[in-house]
Every structure is written in C-alpha cells, then in structure tokens.
Design a binder for this molecule. Structure first.
Ligand code: PLP
Length: 358
C-alpha cells in the first residue's frame, strides 16, 4: 500500500485564525490556487468558510469553485486572459486583477452582463505582473470610465522578497505602493503570508495568505510551528521491507550510497511517483515510529530507503511520516533544494487523500 495524505481541516481553520490574529483589522482573501496548494480545492474552500473571501490564480479555478456552489467574493489574481474569460468572470461574479493594457481594451470593447469588481495591480518591484507606478494614473482613469468596471476600483501589489526580513526591497516596494495608496485613498491589498508574518506595515485593508494557511512558514529558515501554525497535510506511509547488508553494500539506483558497516536498511513505500522529491539527498529526515531516521541513497519512483541503525526494533509495517505532523515540510524541502509550497503542489494522483478534523 502506498502513501496517504491526511488533510487536517481543524489545522487549516486554526491557521486562518492565526492569520487573522497577526493581521488584526484586515480582511482576508484565503489563497487556494493550484488545487489549494495540493490540498484539494473544494474541501479546503468548504473548510475556510470563516474567510472573508477566496482567491485563485486563474479563471478556470474560480469557475470550478462556482460550479461546486461556492459563493461569496472570489478573486482571480491573474485576471482574465481573453474575452471568453472576461465574460465568464462577469457571469460568475468573480473579482479580477487588471494587470495589463490588453485587459483594459477588452473591458472597453465589450458589454458585460454585470460590471466586474476590479483590482488594479501595480508592479511595485516584483517585475512580474502589474502596471508600473507611472502608468497607474492612466489605467485608473480608463478603468474608472468603463461601464464594465464596478464602482470602487481597488489597488493591489505583490512582494518579491518579503520572506527575508533583512531584504531592503520590501521597504522599497512599500514606499512605491504607499504613494499610490495615499493618492487614491481606496481599499488596498499588499501582503501575502510573508507580509502578514514579517511586515505588519503591509497589512492594509485586505491580506492574501496562502502558504501559512497550510501550516508552513514562508520566512527564511523558519518552520510553521515557530509562527504558531499547524501542519495541514501529513504525508504518511509504511515500512515496506527491512534488509540486512554487509559493510560496503551499495543501496538503490546507481549505488550512490554504501553501507558503512553491517546494518539494516528500511524500504519505505513512497517515491517521486507520489510526489516525494527525487532530489532529497542522503540525510534528509524521515519519521519512523515518530523518530527521525536519515534517508539514504537515491529516491526511486515508488520507494525510498532509510538507515535503521538507530531503530533496531523497527518492523515491517511500522508507520512512516514523510512530512507533516512531527516533521515540518520545510525540513524536507530545504535539503531537497526546494520549498514547502512545491512539495505540497507536487503530490500526485495516486496518493490517497483522507480528511480529518471536520
Ligand atoms: C500565491 C499568491 C499569494 C499567496 O502567497 P503565499 O506566499 O502563499 O502566502 C498572494 N498573492 C498573490 C498575487 C499570489 O500569487
């Protein structure tokens, strides 16, 4: 039997309350793009009914939510890509980010059944999406004049480096955006999870927590637990086999790791075919019977191997946690050269999902 992903909905709700506690007075867009960071779009949307609003990246994600009966404010952070998506946005009463001139042209060109709630997205330094600060006045004026845009245009921006409290770019972004905020005096949204946790001055009217809702910390070198968060996903499996090898025996593909002495090696039923990162090197922690053992050798598609020298009593069938309760995903992501976000998003379809804490 392969791994399961246990989704703890009470931890999810706890993390939402934690976001509220940190950003007192701000309203919340719970970010559930990319299948709720791999946790399951609909189950997460339903469990986050205490959020003020939801946010996804793409129109098709928002349409899935509407078709599943999820009502309430729902923001598409990339906005619509063409006329069809614009009309779908209006039909489903979505809120949209407007981040480039082509979108304004579409809004001016076509009539919509009902006007769209629009967020004018400003590029304050991320240099990915958004209008440059000097182009905002013209975009603002055109949008305000369009009958396709609902009254009450708002402003948003996104941080590039807020995960590092020492990075001066966040303050520069805040200063650039702050001038516009003052000029227009409208509702604004700036902070992602890193802004909520590390930059109180970024909270503004609306915050957009993503990763923190799932229990991981966006801050460099920190874990969710240190931020008062609880892990939502626990990726669990079992010890599939135990083998005994002599000193010098190579383990797994390429024989990249060899036994330094006569020892037992455990085989865990989890591999990159489940979404465990293939780049996790020897030494990456794995929780066996609630205690850490190091991964050894290469991760294969269905299995990985662990050093059992510290657990002489371990038996086939013993429980293993790859990350989650008892082992922060950040501690696996770091050695594998990635971030918890990617681990969560990469869980594959053959992993069984279970939900608890309803
Ligand atoms: C993904 C995303 C967020 C959430 O970011 P986290 O780091 O997961 O909190 C917020 N805003 C925008 C525009 C995003 O794309």
């Amino acid at each position: 039997m392969g791994p399961s992903a246990r989704i703890d909905l009470s931890a999810l709700r706890h993390n939402l309350r934690r976001a509220r506690e940190l950003a007192v007075g701000s309203r919340i867009y719970a970010v559930i793009k990319a299948n709720a960071y791999g946790h399951g779009l609909l189950r997460v949307a339903a469990a986050l009914d205490e959020s003020d609003a939801l946010a996804v990246a793409r129109v098709e994600e928002a349409v899935l939510l509407r078709e599943a009966g999820i009502e309430g404010p729902l923001l598409v952070m990339e906005g619509f890509a063409d006329r069809e998506e614009m009309e779908a946005s209006a039909r489903h009463a979505l809120e949209v980010a407007v981040q480039q001139p082509e979108q304004i042209r579409l809004l001016q060109q076509y009539r919509l059944d009902r006007p769209l709630v629009c967020w004018l997205k400003v590029d304050s330094g991320m240099h990915r999406l958004g209008f440059q600060p000097e182009a905002v006045a013209s975009a603002w004026q055109q949008l305000s004049a369009s009958s396709a845009v609902a009254p009450g245009l708002r402003l948003m921006t996104h941080f590039s480096s807020a995960d590092d409290p020492a990075d001066p770019r966040t303050r520069e972004q805040l200063a650039r955006f702050g001038m516009l905020r003052e000029r227009y005096g409208v509702a604004c949204s700036i902070a992602n999870s890193a802004g909520i946790i590390g930059w109180p001055e970024s909270h503004s009217e609306w915050v957009r927590p993503g990763i923190m809702l799932y229990g991981a910390s966006p801050m460099l070198g920190r874990t969710g637990e240190q931020e008062g968060l609880r892990p939502v996903m626990t990726l669990a499996s079992r010890l599939l086999a135990i083998n005994h090898f002599g000193k010098g025996s190579p383990i797994g593909y390429g024989g990249t790791w060899t036994c330094p002495e006569e020892m037992r090696v455990g085989v865990v039923a989890a591999g990159y075919g489940d979404g465990y990162p293939r780049h996790a090197p020897t030494g990456t922690p794995v929780l066996l019977n609630g205690r850490r053992v190091p991964l050894v050798g290469r991760v294969s598609m269905d299995m990985l191997t662990v050093d059992l020298r510290t657990q002489p009593e371990a038996q086939v069938g013993d429980p293993v946690t790859l990350w989650g309760e008892g082992l922060p995903a950040e501690e696996v992501a770091g050695p594998a050269g990635t971030i918890a976000y990617e681990l969560f998003c990469c869980i594959t379809r053959r992993v069984r999902f279970e939900q608890v804490g309803e």
